[in-house]
Ligand binder design. Structure first.
Ligand code: 1PR
Length: 531
């Protein structure tokens, strides 16, 4: 069986390809408009921003072919931007005219009502009857990642097959005859998502799951497994894990702690129910990642079997190699996206960019955050903060935001500020986590991965003071990280802060608490999770 794929080369379509292959189908790529018209079954995973996508479709004649194909009621599945482009126009850097097949304007989520934008994560659908490809979804979560959405109206109601509530009720999927489009990502929605693709590819197959299964009701708090990856002294890529960022064993040999193979562990965490998997190339600051091809290989292999979002970080910055060849941070990130990453995470380079921005108050457009978010969207750019607590006996006279601690410091200090570091915690910089978070949000980051060097690997719980400080300071999602040692710590962070996700490494690697137990605990505590 062959399915035709329209990939205009703007981003990570690898996971859609992997999912289609996983379901036993071959892929034929669209080269010309005629390939669209001759397709038996067409999938259009829109990626990137609305305007450049329309540009390509118009210039290549594909826009016209797409309209003709859809008007003839040929089997079509649009994904994400592939849904939005069917509408009349979008306000994304616009107005920009779309394909105009469905009445309505695609607009931005309103962050002013307390909902974080981008809308990132696993959310619940309200499914209309007759949705067909959603027949196995039931009350289970699917994965969204977007800042723009189409809204239901009198004019487009005959198209709507499901909606989702996030601040307002927006269109999660459309369907008319053989034409389907979904705002969420079936290729990133685990088993549930694969069922959506299967039902599109094999419409006559019998539903495998009971459609009433599941208990999703709203955006779930995410549980993320993180793999710190680096080469050991023999040059093999291993998953390692530090104590307060020190990854060397306390032995005479002082070797790099080895907790397993990256691809195997990522695959296991997917099966265990991780909502996302992150890889951090922790020596990326000194070893150029494009020289570090094993990391790209790890992503390629992982994305073949892991159908939840993958984030990769480490070494994303401008770089000139020993032959004098210059690589922009955008090129580095693009290589990661092509290899299967959905999001990239920037550490050290984000600190330098934020310092520069706060000093000059000018957005140059040249920082890695700005370059990558412009091309791939804010939701694809995570900033990883590595702060260290600096205790103070009084909060006065400090240009960085200090907070009163819930637990006093070792010498009874009541206050602290959180100093950002670069190069894996090796160097402290003159900027606080609070200042950094706000600056990178303005520069275009779509999410913050908030570590804490003091808590890393300690298993004593997340730094609630820090996470509260930062999640209250920004309106993009915040991932709490460092210090998880028990399922209760996850409940605590979600109850006491507005973090959108919690990430852990050590407890999962050491098999102390499986991901499933964390989720069950959260569920029993009344916290929405994907189960
Ligand atoms: O600066 O852009 O090259 O990115 C480097 C990336 O590598 C950053 O995201 C930085 O956080 C990470 N990193 C650098 N050195 C280390 C190290 O450990 N020596 N790891 C490191 C950071 C922290 C977490 C960890 C949590 C949870 N690891 O992500 O997984 O603290 O751990 P726990 O649950 O066991 O407590 P750049």
């Amino acid at each position: 069986e062959v399915v035709t794929l329209l990939d205009y080369g703007a981003g990570n379509v690898r996971s859609v390809r992997n999912a289609i292959r996983h379901l036993g189908f071959q892929i034929k790529d669209v080269q010309t408009p005629a390939d669209i018209l001759n397709a038996g079954r067409l999938i259009f995973p829109g990626v990137g921003a609305f305007a450049p996508a329309m540009d390509v479709l118009n210039k290549t004649g594909m826009a016209e072919a797409l309209c003709a194909y859809i008007e003839k009621d040929r089997p079509f599945l649009g994904i994400c931007l592939g849904l939005q482009l069917l509408f009349e126009s979008s306000t994304e850097n616009g107005p920009v005219t779309g394909l105009g097949l469905i009445p309505g304007v695609v607009g931005k989520f309103d962050a002013s009502n307390g909902f974080r934008v981008p809308h990132i994560g696993w959310d619940a659908l309200q499914i209309a009857e007759d949705s067909e490809i959603l027949d196995e979804v039931g009350n289970r979560h699917v994965y969204f990642v977007h800042s723009y959405r189409a809204m239901p109206s009198e004019e487009n109601k005959e198209w709507i097959s499901s909606t989702c509530d996030y601040g307002d009720t927006f269109i999660a999927s459309v369907r008319k005859g053989n034409v389907h489009a979904v705002q969420f990502h079936p290729e990133k929605s685990g088993d549930v998502g694969l069922s959506v693709l299967r039902r599109f590819l094999l419409p006559k197959s019998i539903p495998a799951k009971n459609p009433t299964e599941g208990r999703a009701s709203k955006l779930a708090k995410r549980v993320i497994a993180c793999l710190d990856v680096r080469a050991n002294d023999n040059g093999d890529l291993v998953v390692t894990k530090g104590d307060q960022y020190d990854v060397r064993e306390n032995t005479e040999e002082n070797e790099v702690r080895n907790l397993g193979k990256p691809v195997d562990l990522a695959g296991q965490y997917y099966l265990d129910g991780a909502d996302e998997v992150s890889f951090l190339n922790i020596t990326g600051f000194r070893d150029f990642p494009l020289g570090d091809l094993p990391m790209l290989q790890v992503l390629r292999y992982t994305s073949e079997n892991v159908f939840v979002p993958l984030t990769v970080g480490g070494g994303i910055r401008d770089f000139t190699d020993s032959n004098g060849r210059y690589y922009s941070s955008l090129e580095v990130a693009s290589e990661y996206f092509r290899s299967g990453a959905d999001k990239i995470s920037i550490g050290s380079d984000a600190v330098y960019a934020a310092e520069e921005y706060l000093r000059t108050k000018v957005k140059t457009g040249k920082s890695s955050i700005e370059q990558i978010s412009r091309v791939y969207g804010n939701q694809a750019v995570v900033v990883s903060i590595d702060p260290r607590r600096v205790y103070l006996s009084s909060p006065n006279d400090l240009e960085f935001k200090a907070i009163k601690l819930s637990n006093p410091g070792p010498n009874g200090e009541e206050y602290a500020w959180y100093q950002c570091t670069v190069s894996g915690g090796r160097e402290g910089r003159p900027i606080g986590a609070n200042e950094l978070a706000k600056a990178v949000e303005e520069l275009g980051a779509g999410e913050i991965l908030l570590n804490c060097i003091d808590c890393d690997g300690q298993g004593k719980g997340f730094d609630i003071d820090l996470i509260k400080l930062i999640s209250d300071a920004v309106s993009i999602p915040v991932i709490a990280s460092s210090g998880a040692g028990a399922a209760e710590h996850f409940s605590e962070v979600f109850k006491k802060t507005s973090a959108s996700a919690a990430l852990a490494a050590g407890i999962f690697h050491r098999k102390e608490v499986p991901i499933g137990s964390v989720k069950e605990h959260l569920w029993k505590d009344g916290i929405e999770v994907r189960i």
